[in-house]
Design a protein around this ligand. Structure first.
Ligand code: 5AD
Ligand code: SF4
Length: 449
């Protein structure tokens, strides 16, 4: 009987990329994907450690699998359970202590060894041992050297990790500890992966990195390539229609990348540039190494070249020591910057990070109040970005059918979600759509026939 697997993905787009790669490795081993965990012989939870809520959800989800030794899932299958990703990296053997259900714990940099770990667990269990295998190394041979051949794309959109890990050590953030030091992949390997994706039906690629605009992969001749040169190289791929990249750091917003936005029609006019706070005191305490003015200058430079670019950001409210005045500075920065989209978070203390040790933690009710104020302002800005689109014609990359017949869903170059009507079109096509309505989160329209 064919073995089955189910991967549940938490957290960021890099985890989505990693989950896809795990799926491919398992399929190369003869496993087939299933949608429900209780139909699977192997359940992988690919976890996120960025905020406490994300990390704790994993334990409640493990509990809900209702797997008990010696008989495993309620369905009688001998289901194996793996915790992968950033919680696995951060908590390691603690996961085995908290849950006897878990058989494998492995981090974001070791999942290419999954087939070996599986064989190990299966062999131990066949001999009657309770098997718990852990691998949270940072191996010298990277997972990227061991990726399986991909499968036919199920969506015209794909993520491609070009750079991973982080050396910036913002004082709130677990990423340098969970993903490790910054590594940029060679441009040749990235191009080969991009070409393979396009050959399998992908039309839009989002290049991923924790500091993607600091990408500096070395080619086989030993020359460093920056993200602008990489985007130029990938733009030459026939059949690839759109390129995006995320997440950028304000300190690494270099002129060549800004120029690339003007020069490369395939590079979409969207920039995710987190700032976290508008207060210089807080930015310093966060170890961001830039001021509010540095940030505004960076986006002014981008807009001088690309006036319509859709700007998006990440914000943390209630960082330790944040006063009403600091928070007012954040609102002020938002007013100046004008965001088309944004992600807002209440500060969540993470074990092992410097800010978690601070004795100036902000009470939850103040965090909640600031979050609501910030979101209200940002929502106004999202609506202000979307409303002028009504009456314009936008090229939409079709992602999937809509809920009604002859309805489709796709995105504008500015990453706005659009639901629109069009007769017989295909997923992956780009169609011109007249926008007829706008809300803060999405647009509606009709394709031009
Ligand atoms: N608490 C709240 N938000 C956080 N982020 C990262 N670490 C924390 C934390 N400890 C947010 C930042 C980052 C995004 C991915 O998550 O805004 O840009
Ligand atoms: Fe979560 Fe960060 Fe890990 Fe992504 S890299 S899964 S956001 S902790």
């Amino acid at each position: 009987m064919t073995k089955t697997y189910h991967v549940k993905t938490y957290g960021c787009q890099m985890n989505v990329y990693d989950s896809e790669r795990m799926g491919e490795l398992l399929e190369a081993e003869g496993y087939a994907a299933v949608n429900a965990p209780d139909e699977a012989d192997l359940v992988i939870l690919n976890t996120c450690h960025i905020r406490e809520k994300a990390a704790e959800k994993v334990y409640s989800d493990i509990g809900r699998l209702r797997v008990a030794e010696p008989k495993r899932l309620a369905n009688g299958r001998d289901t194996l359970v793996a915790v992968a990703g950033c919680v696995a990296q951060a908590e390691g053997a603690e996961i085995f202590r908290r849950s006897k259900t878990v058989n494998m714990v492995f981090g974001p940099q070791t999942y290419h060894r999954l087939p070996d770990m599986l064989a190990d667990v299966v062999a131990k269990r066949a001999r009657g041992f309770a098997a718990q295998v852990m691998d949270t190394d940072y191996p010298a041979d990277t997972k990227f050297d061991h990726l399986a051949k991909g499968r036919q794309a199920t969506s015209p959109l794909a993520f491609l990790t070009i750079q991973e890990g982080c050396d910036k050590f913002c004082s709130f953030c677990v990423v340098p500890y969970t993903r490790g030091a910054e590594v940029s992949r060679p441009p040749e390997a990235i191009e080969a992966e991009a070409r393979a994706l396009v050959a399998r039906g992908v039309r839009e690629i989002t290049l991923l990195g924790q500091n993607v605009n600091a990408y500096h992969g070395k080619d086989s001749a030993g020359h460093e390539t920056d993200i602008a040169a990489l985007a130029t190289r990938l733009s030459a791929i026939d059949g690839l229609k759109r390129l995006r990249y995320t997440t950028s750091h304000p300190l690494d917003m270099n002129d060549s990348l800004i120029a690339a936005h003007a020069e490369l029609p395939k590079l979409m006019p969207y920039l995710h540039l987190p700032v976290q706070s508008g207060s210089d005191t807080i930015l310093k305490a966060m170890n961001r190494r830039h001021t509010a003015v540095d940030y505004i200058r960076a986006i002014d430079r981008v807009r001088a070249t690309c006036p319509n670019i859709a700007l998006s950001g990440d914000f943390i409210v209630g960082f330790p020591g944040e006063t009403d005045k600091d928070f007012a500075d954040t609102l002020q920065l938002v007013t100046q910057a004008r965001y088309a989209a944004a992600y807002t978070f209440k500060y969540s203390p993470r074990p092992g990070t410097p800010a978690a040790e601070s004795d100036k933690q902000v009470p939850e009710d103040i965090k909640a109040d600031r979050l609501a104020q910030l979101q209200a302002l940002l929502n106004e800005q999202h609506l202000a970005f979307n409303t002028p689109c009504v009456g314009t014609v936008q090229p939409i990359l079709i992602e999937k059918p809509g809920k009604k017949p002859q309805h489709w869903v796709g995105k504008t170059p500015y990453l706005q979600l659009v639901s629109f009507t069009a007769p017989d079109h295909a997923i992956g096509d780009i169609v011109n759509v007249t926008i007829t309505a706008a809300s803060k989160n999405s647009l509606e329209g009709n394709a031009i026939l």
